[in-house]
Write a protein that binds this ligand. Structure first.
Ligand SMILES: Cc1ncc(COP(=O)(O)O)c(C=O)c1O
Length: 302
């Protein structure tokens, strides 16, 4: 007779979320969702992930998220991630198990255990209701009734030099997470990360756009090692499609201070105007609201 399954040795006081998730081909729940401590994803942040949003049960920009995942995995020498079709099935299974339609889905792919030569990367897929994941500035309505209230952002005090890995969505998140905690401690939704040479790069979990007083829409270039955000690319294309002049360019602290508008993009918050940056009220949010409307039009098209 095989021995009873060992109880998961958790530190005192720790509680495991009781959610269903897909792990390497099976649906598991709560304490059964276990990754080996030998896995480089668990030990060293050696994993890639994608966070995306589902609307009425359908993932938005699935293709683009899969491309980023597969390209990063290849560039960083990971074993091959599960096929996108397999991951899509996994998303559907998890949404069904959790009875979710408007959700935030996370797909994680790990480098696995060193020593062997795994051909396929390990992977898991999880989903959470959207409500708990929206930032205050995206959740609350603007007093005019038109669009989100807009977020507060701080400028992180720690200079940030992501290097080449900044272009990949890895689980080595500590530097980003500490910046976001700095924001939360200041009652803000996001922290803007600034390079040692004074260029504003992105948020701890979002890409940055500024609208200059002359109307030019600027987002920091990918060469500055910001994450190639799926929403960033989509919003750049949408801006051009509605006749705005939008381009990549470096954003100095002075530009940030003089901007008519500052907004953030990511797959969960969509296009989020900032109401305040580093204590300064941002004068306008017109461009962000136009782009948000265009973005939602695209989402509605499926
Ligand atoms: C550091 C960073 N930049 C930008 C983004 C936005 O990326 P996407 O639009 O693909 O969600 C994220 C998303 O989490 C992020 O973590």
């Amino acid at each position: 007779m095989s021995p009873p399954p060992a109880k998961l040795p958790l530190p005192p006081g720790a509680r495991v979320p009781d959610r269903a998730l897909w792990l390497n081909g099976s649906l598991v729940r709560g304490e059964a969702a276990v990754l080996s401590v030998w896995d480089r994803g668990a030990r060293d942040g050696g994993a890639l992930f994608e966070t995306l949003r589902t609307y009425a049960g359908r993932p938005f920009a699935w293709q683009q998220h899969m491309e980023r995942l597969v390209l990063s995995a290849a560039e960083l020498g990971f074993p091959v991630p599960p096929a996108p079709a397999r991951l899509r099935e996994a998303v559907e299974q998890v949404l069904a198990a959790e009875k979710l339609t408007d959700a935030v889905v996370r797909i994680t792919v790990t480098r696995g255990i060193p020593g062997g030569r795994p051909v396929r990367a390990g992977a898991w897929v999880e989903a959470e209701a959207l409500g708990g994941r929206l930032w205050a500035g995206a959740r609350m309505r603007h007093p005019s009734g038109d669009g989100p209230a807009g977020s507060r952002a701080i400028v992180s005090r720690t200079p940030f030099a992501p290097g080449r890995l900044g272009r990949h969505k890895t689980t080595s998140r500590l530097a980003y997470d500490l910046a976001r905690e700095e924001a939360r401690a200041a009652g803000a939704d996001e922290a803007l990360l600034v390079s040692p040479s004074g260029h504003v790069l992105e948020g701890g979990a979002s890409n940055l756009f500024v609208v200059r007083p002359d109307g030019l829409v600027v987002t920091p270039p990918l060469e500055s090692d910001v994450l190639p955000g799926v929403t960033r690319a989509c919003v750049l294309a949408l801006a051009r499609s509605i006749g705005l002049e939008a381009r990549e360019g470096s954003v100095s602290l002075e530009m940030l201070r003089l901007a008519d508008e500052v907004f953030l993009t990511n797959s969960v918050q969509e296009v989020l105007p900032l109401a305040e940056v580093a204590g300064r009220p941002v004068p306008s949010r017109d461009v962000a609201l136009r782009l948000l409307a265009e973005y939602r039009r695209l989402v509605a098209l499926g």
